[in-house]
Design a binder for this molecule. Sequence first.
Ligand code: FES
Length: 105
Amino acid sequence: MDLDAEVCYCFHVSRRKLINFCRREKPLVPSQLSECGGAGTGCGWCIPFLKQIHRQVMQGGATELEKLSSEEYARLRAAYIRSGKGRPPPGATPLPPEDDPPATV
Ligand code: FES
């Protein structure tokens, strides 16, 4: 998934914005990434990835985002929402069609 891809589809926050926010603001805890455009405060899908980005910037290492394509990430989020685990706010990026092949991660 490239740097300009959205990590938070609910509030349209890219991976690049989140990384730059962490570098600039040095948040003590991942939940402070919500101050970056509201990331993580919608359906909740992206919260584990926000934690990974925070850890990567503050401590190094990798995130799952390096391995996932944007399409896989979008399909996984859609499955999360369709299973009733989160509700996107109005204005969130729409889900891909249900007939897409299932992602495997
Ligand atoms: S994708 Fe980030 S809160 Fe829904």
